[in-house]
Ligand binder design. Structure first.
Ligand code: SF4
Length: 596
């Protein structure tokens, strides 16, 4: 998980205190003062890398730096996170029927299809580490930038077969990565393998989450030791802390290793770990922000961020279990055991997993993703006040809003039609235009044969900055020829940033806080928001609808980005600091009052 997301989201924290606006003529500080070659005279902006370095310097107490707040931002959508996977074939007289080719050593081949099932969680890079005790490289890692099929050469059977032969093994861990910006190079791809001559100290791991206290941990490492950190990622911090524990005691039990980590880490941090002794663990942070499931059938153990990756392997629904927060599943080649490494002060499952991130085929923490989205649509329908007539149609913004749109339409008794087609193959394709309207046009095709003269209820899953939505509405009117567009959001307003691994902009970039006073959302405010984006009307769901739709009590969900109550101390502190430097009035001026 790249730290760049973190830096973007917490950059408001120190901005006012530490920045001097860069003049249009010349930066007030040199490139060197900003910590890297970040000054870009053509755009007169500082790249995110430099902003993050500035922030690090602020935390480590070095000389003031000057950076611009005017960082270019491109996308409006919520960004996905990462996904992890693990498989282990235990010692057995029989080979699991789920392993291809009837050979235990082919177990590692299960990782690429598992990662494909979680490609929705990250398309930037992918990789796996496999374990084979008879190989010179007992654990060995293949990873690269690109989608899963690309990294594992799945569209080139001979190359795929050669790769799988080279990396065969009875145990493996895997990762798909998303990162906002910055380095897209292989060195940031996971798993992270740390080679060592002592087998117990030779390990590899992959990380899903984000450390909310990354600046402090980085500062501590850089200022209290003579260690050097080579990358800008919280994964390196985890790597360092685990290495430190292992260097003190190579035979440390996994549960003790995790206990020590839990005393240091704040945020979301699910891990899959494998060492050259053949020990594996998969663990979930003490509040369980990100999902993690596992299953054991016969001699085969598997774990993944999303249940769909396990059920597609052939595990029955009954076999798939959630790793409880603060627990780890430890696999030693012969046995599988679930152990607690930390108390769980509360559960805080990210509600956005159900609303947006997760594969609709997944289910975790005893709540199915698809049914949650269906209930969101029913809530929207129950609140709808538009007159239903023959001209009213529901159109989803593809793809994640489709389940909510369909159920809303069904409840209202109006058709749900695909009036907006999304180019599913565009992915991370480079579009040679900096114009947002061009990008929206490339990505979405409105169908006039569906929308011409119609009153369109456009259902979307969320609004982050609204920049893309504005262009989309203009396109719907111009090319789709809709007579009215009523936007319905299957989620409450996003009013605060996420410090737990979801890239959803800084406080000042979010759309909803620009219109809302406190947490209150009135019809008048929604009318102003509608006018802002060019809609005839706009409605959100209320915060209390979320727990009803997910089917879990709000006390076991993280809803910080919609209610500003962060489930960990560092998250709350980051938010409070971000408010101080945002200084734009409204909710941010008095968050305590806003929550009361
Ligand atoms: S702040 Fe929002 S996006 Fe982040 S973990 Fe909490 S609910 Fe999920």
């Amino acid at each position: 998980m790249s730290s760049r997301r973190f830096w973007r989201l917490v950059s408001d924290i120190v901005w006012t205190s530490f920045s001097v606006r860069i003049s249009s003529a010349r930066p007030e500080t040199s490139v060197a003062e900003c910590g890297s070659s970040g000054w870009n005279p053509e755009r007169n902006r500082i790249r995110p890398l430099d902003r993050s370095l500035c922030l690090v310097q602020a935390f480590v107490g070095t000389t003031h730096v000057a950076c611009s707040q005017d960082i270019e931002s491109d996308m409006d959508e919520l960004k996905h996170e990462c996904g992890v996977a693990a498989v282990y074939h235990l010692s057995s007289d029989t080979v699991s029927p789920r392993v291809p080719g009837g050979s235990v050593q082919r177990t590692a081949r299960l990782i690429p299809p598992m990662l494909l099932d979680m490609q929705n969680r990250g398309q930037l890079a992918a990789g796996f580490t496999t374990f084979c005790k008879d190989r010179l490289q007992i654990i060995d890692t293949h990873k690269n930038v690109g989608g899963v099929a690309e990294v594992f050469r799945m569209n080139h059977p001979p190359e795929y077969q050669a790769l799988m032969d080279e990396y065969e093994g009875r145990a493996a861990i895997g990762h798909v990565r998303y990162a906002t910006c910055g380095k897209d190079d292989r060195s940031y791809a996971q798993p992270f393998e740390r080679h060592h001559i002592a087998k117990a100290k030779w390990f590899s791991f992959a990380f899903n989450g984000q450390l909310a206290n990354y600046p402090e941990l980085r500062n501590e490492i850089l200022t209290t030791t003579d260690f050097h950190l080579t990358r800008e990622t919280d994964t390196e911090i985890v790597n360092h802390l685990m290495s430190q524990s292992l260097s003190e005691n190579a035979r440390i039990e996994p549960i003790e290793l995790l206990r020590r980590l839990s005393q240091k880490l704040d945020g979301s941090w699910n891990l899959v770990f494998l060492n050259a002794v053949g020990q594996m663990f998969v663990s979930r942070d003490p509040v369980g922000i990100r999902p993690l499931c596992y299953a054991v059938e016969g001699p085969l153990f598997a774990a993944a961020s999303e249940s769909v990756a396990l059920t597609h392997l052939g595990f029955s629904d009954d076999s798939v279990k959630n790793v409880p927060p603060g627990h780890a599943v430890i696999v030693d080649g012969h046995t599988v055991r679930l152990e607690k490494f930390a108390e769980s002060p509360r559960k805080a499952h990210c509600f956005f997993e159900w609303i947006y991130f997760a594969n609709a085929g997944s289910s975790f923490d005893n709540a199915g993703v698809y049914l949650s989205r269906k209930r969101l649509g029913e809530e929207l329908a129950a609140r709808e006040t538009l007159e239903v007539d023959d001209d009213l149609i529901v159109v989803p913004v593809p793809d994640t809003a489709k389940a909510a749109a369909d159920s809303m339409a069904f409840s209202l008794g109006v058709p749900s039609l695909e009036g907006l087609i999304r180019n599913r193959y565009i992915g991370r394709t480079f579009i040679e235009s900096s114009n947002r309207a061009d990008k929206v046009r490339m990505k979405y095709t409105p169908l006039p044969e569906i929308m011409d003269g119609k009153r369109v209820v456009l259902v979307d899953d969320s609004i982050v900055r609204a920049t893309t939505l504005r262009e989309l509405l203009a396109l719907l009117r111009r090319r789709g020829r809709a007579s009215e567009i009523h936007v319905r959001i299957a989620c409450p307003p996003i009013i605060a940033p996420c410090f737990y691994g979801i890239d959803m902009s800084t406080v000042s970039e979010l759309f909803a806080p620009q219109h809302m006073d406190g947490l209150e959302l009135t019809p008048e405010i929604e009318a102003k928001m509608a006018a802002d984006i060019g809609a005839d009307s706009l409605k959100y769901l209320p915060v209390d609808a979320v727990s009803r739709c997910v089917g879990l009590p709000s006390s076991s969900l993280c809803q910080a980005c919609i209610d500003t109550v962060y489930p960990t101390p560092a998250g709350q502190r980051n938010y409070n600091e971000a408010l101080k430097s945002c200084g734009s009035g409204r909710i941010w001026e008095n968050p305590v009052a806003a929550q009361s």
